[in-house]
Design a protein around this ligand. Structure first.
Ligand SMILES: [Zn+2]
Length: 82
C-alpha cells in the first residue's frame, strides 16, 4: 500500500514537472511586453528594435503615433511613408 502511494506521488511530481516545462510564460503572447521596472516597451517600425517608451522618439506618421529608436529611423520611415 505504501508503495502505491509512493508511485502515485512520483507520477504526480512527474506530471507537475512536465506541465511546468510546457507551460509558456503568461506574457509570451502579448506583443508589447513590459520591462522589470514596469515600463511599456515600444517597437521601432523602421528597424524592428524594442525600446522603453521613455527612450523612444515619438512621431506622427500618416496620422499614426509611432515610436522610433533614433531620428535616423524616424526620417527613414517618413521618407518611405510619404
Ligand atoms: Zn530604429
Amino acid at each position: 500500500m505504501v508503495r502505491l502511494i509512493l508511485l502515485a506521488l512520483i507520477f504526480f511530481l512527474g506530471y507537475t514537472v512536465v506541465q511546468a516545462l510546457f507551460r509558456k510564460p503568461p506574457n509570451a503572447r502579448r506583443p508589447s511586453n513590459r520591462t522589470r521596472e514596469g515600463e511599456t516597451m515600444v517597437q521601432d517600425p523602421q528597424c524592428g528594435a524594442y525600446l522603453p517608451l521613455s527612450d523612444a522618439i515619438t512621431a506622427k506618421v500618416a496620422g499614426t503615433q509611432l515610436h522610433f529608436c533614433s531620428k535616423k529611423c524616424r526620417n527613414q520611415y517618413r521618407k518611405m511613408n510619404k
